[in-house]
Write a protein that binds this ligand. Structure first.
Ligand code: THU
Length: 134
């Protein structure tokens, strides 16, 4: 599976978005280190903050099936620029992704910007910060 294929999986998942409030569909696909693919779409709720982003749905599906090592994630929306993941999703990604894990951001034309985890969320808060209190 190449970059384009993972973006394509994310685009297919985007079709499943449940977005009656924003009408803004997002799709995501994550590849585990063993090559399994999990997809996600954003799922909104009448109680707006309960909404879950596409990236987290994909990651949580994989985690709940026992996969915790990831190679790559793709996210897509019909935006002009390749869609930037929200801060909460970046934090969830940083919990599970290595600094060099590749994140593919795509737009409505399927233009892709590839960033490493450490570029998407530099200086992130992590477990180590709690075990080295001064
Ligand atoms: N959304 C995502 O699915 N991923 C992001 O990284 C940004 C925002 C969704 C949440 C909500 O359903 C809609 O986009 C508008 O914020």
């Amino acid at each position: 599976m190449n970059k384009h294929d993972l973006v394509q999986k994310a685009a297919e998942a985007m079709q499943k978005a449940y977005v009656p409030y924003s009408n803004f569909s997002v799709g995501a696909a994550v590849m585990t280190s063993s090559g399994h693919i999990y997809t996600g779409c954003n799922i909104e709720n009448a109680a707006y903050p309960v909404t879950c982003c596409a990236e987290r749905v994909a990651i949580f599906k994989a985690i709940s099936e026992g996969f915790t090592d990831f190679k790559q994630l793709a996210v897509i929306a019909n935006t002009e620029r390749p869609v930037p993941p929200c801060g909460s999703c970046r934090q969830v990604m940083s919990e599970f992704f290595a600094p060099e894990t590749e994140i593919l951001l795509a737009n409505g034309n399927k233009d892709v910007t590839a960033l490493k985890m450490e570029e998407l969320l530099p200086y992130s808060f992590e477990a180590n910060d709690m075990s080295h209190e001064t």
